[in-house]
Design a protein. Structure first.
Length: 236
């Protein structure tokens, strides 16, 4: 059984810089903008494989950074992100356009935060979710000052940023594996397997789900525990 190529992705961006008169309740116009936000590094790994790749603007240059990530996306059957549908993916598309690159190949998106938001946790932030489920944690650092030092060109800060970016990818990959059985909308990218979540053929029919007019076969994977639906028929 061939396995799908699932890419775990996380990007880091520089903050926009603008002129402001005060710190609270500020509406910033385009005329106040000094420089817009931009991507400064991107890390990714293949699910189920060791090793994390990271490209950065200071080590590789902006074009190579974007091209390297885009080429990896082109190989993937699915891309896993954390809040990527709202942030990472639109940001990447904008960066590709700005750099004059061809768009990445259409790819299935698996945004893990959408599953996390259905769990009723106190916080949906990755920094909370990882330790809460005893999966792992983000790399601790000095806060916003790290970004300031990175933009100033401090070598140690840039090394820390790359380690931070890589650790986010590792943590996200672990969280994806942990929560995959709970992903009710996980794409069926393992087309030759029975379980839409993990691709296993070890599944069992376990009763039915009923509505007023139909009944649907319930199927559970005995490997990952995910539930899926089988044949549906009308109730006579």
């Amino acid at each position: 059984m061939s396995k799908p190529k699932i890419l775990i992705v996380d990007i880091e961006t520089a903050p926009a810089i603008a002129y402001v008169w005060r710190l609270f309740d500020v509406n910033i116009s385009v005329e106040q903008l000094i420089s817009p936000s931009r991507m400064i590094c991107a890390a990714f790994k293949w699910h189920g494989k060791a090793g994390v790749t990271c490209y950065s603007e200071w080590e590789d240059g902006t074009l190579a950074m974007l091209t390297g990530l885009r080429d990896a996306i082109n190989e993937a059957d699915a891309v896993v992100t954390y809040n990527g549908d709202k942030f990472d993916i639109p940001k990447l598309n904008g960066e590709f356009v700005s750099a004059g690159l061809e768009p990445a190949a259409p790819c299935t998106s698996i945004d893990v935060v959408k599953t996390v938001k259905k769990l009723g946790l106190t916080s949906n932030k990755l920094a909370f979710v990882g330790p809460f489920f005893k999966i792992g944690q983000k790399l601790k650092h000095e806060g916003f000052e790290l970004w300031s030092k990175v933009l100033d060109g401090a070598p140690k800060a840039r090394e820390t940023m790359i380690r931070y970016n890589k650790q986010d990818v590792v943590l996200l990959g672990q969280l994806y594996s942990f929560l995959r059985p709970y992903m009710t909308t996980h794409p069926h990218i393992q087309v030759d397997g029975e379980c839409p979540n993990c691709g296993s053929d070890n599944v069992q029919n376990r009763g039915f789900r009923y509505t007023r007019t139909t009944k649907t076969q319930r199927i559970q994977c005995t490997d990952c525990g995910a539930w899926s639906s089988g044949a549906r028929s009308k109730i006579k």
